[in-house]
Design a protein around this ligand. Structure first.
Ligand code: MG
Length: 361
């Protein structure tokens, strides 16, 4: 026991001091770092998720620090270059069990961080680890023991984990909208098809004292978030009052998450996510960048698989040790761990050194 920090405080602090956490600052959310200094990165995304979730946790009487720890750690296993990086690495790893960034976040805190003499990883509590593992394939769940059980038995995690999951969706949908507008990849005219946006934008624009375009966009996104978060608090509060789960067992055994938006808001929020999917994540400029990122990671993977010595010594030695135990599968996992840990710019520099010195990124 620590003399003045509880177990969840210690979890949060260990996460905050991990090197994987610091690397999030140079990992892509949607826009790569050098496209502009104002865009979200994985780090600011994680901080925004934590902010949303802590607000709700305080209102619902959930454990704020546990919630914060889960949020700060949830993307620690993310690859460079956002989801395109994760998809590329998953394709490379197909013959050897694939790659899931959620599971990788757990690997980071359970095994890959090397900071403490007495244990590998960060030695986090069960509750924080459970929250980090949001999704998991059945095959991987089987290998995880107690932590994987809920995916096999279709049970729910604790309320703080449920909250972190919804807060993630609320945070990314709104900050990606904000970044997309800033980048000019989506326009206010297109956004009228999103009811949530249209309503707030129209009423704010109608105010007597006019606002600049920038302030109006911020005010609109803020009003949207406020409405969605208020709905989350009220809908969850109502559900908890109705169902009165008296124990963590009752929470876990319930057929659906108890921390969730109302059905009407689920539909409104989905409209926003569908819009972003169509107009932002599939924008030609984003897609073109993603294709390059995927080729880059696939090139690195091939290179390290052919010659593990091209990695720094500790990674090369790990690859050889795991290969002795598990064959090519072990070698591939060590390569995937190394690549997943890279920041965008580190990956680009490695590619230039090993594959194509002429790469412009
Ligand atoms: Mg996230």
């Amino acid at each position: 026991m620590h003399p003045y920090r509880g177990a969840f405080q210690r979890d949060r602090d260990r996460i905050l001091h991990s090197s994987a956490f610091r690397r999030l600052v140079y990992k892509t959310q949607v826009f790569i770092n050098h496209e502009g200094d104002l865009y979200r990165t994985r780090l600011t995304h994680s901080l925004e998720v934590a902010q949303v979730a802590r607000t709700v946790a305080a209102q619902l009487g959930l454990h704020e620090t546990l919630t914060e720890a889960i949020c700060l750690a949830h993307d620690l296993g993310h690859t460079p270059f956002g989801h395109s990086g994760q998809d590329a690495l998953d394709r490379c790893m197909k013959p050897w069990g694939g790659f899931e960034h959620n599971l990788q976040s757990l690997r980071v805190v359970d095994e890959l961080e090397e900071r403490y003499a007495d244990f590998p990883g960060l030695n986090l509590t069960y509750e924080t680890r459970e929250g980090i593992l949001k999704h998991c394939s059945r095959r991987n769940a089987r290998a995880l023991g107690e932590l994987g059980e809920r995916f096999l038995k279709r049970r729910q995690p604790g309320l703080e984990a449920q909250l972190a999951n919804v807060a993630d969706e609320i945070a990314w949908s709104h900050h990606d909208l904000d970044d997309g507008l800033r980048a000019g990849l989506i326009t206010l005219d297109e956004l009228v098809e999103v009811g949530l946006f249209k309503r707030h934008h129209r009423s704010l624009r109608g105010r007597r004292s006019p606002m600049s375009r920038r302030v109006l966009v911020h005010a609109t996104v803020r009003a949207m978030m406020d409405q969605v978060i208020t709905d989350l608090i009220e809908a969850t509060r109502g559900r908890l009052a109705r169902l009165r789960p008296v124990s963590i067992e009752a929470v876990r055994a319930h057929g659906r998450p108890l921390v969730a938006l109302s059905p009407a808001m689920v539909a409104g929020h989905r409209e926003l996510k569908v819009f972003l999917n169509r107009h932002l994540y599939r924008h030609e400029r984003v897609l073109a960048r993603n294709r390059r990122a995927q080729a880059l990671l696939a090139g690195l993977f091939e290179c390290y698989m052919n010659d593990v010595r091209a990695m720094p010594r500790e990674h090369a030695e790990r690859a050889l040790a795991w290969e002795r135990e598990q064959g090519a599968r072990g070698r591939a996992r060590a390569v995937a761990d190394y690549i997943a840990g890279m920041t965008d710019r580190y990956a680009a520099a490695a590619y230039r050194r090993l594959v194509d010195p002429g790469l412009e990124w």
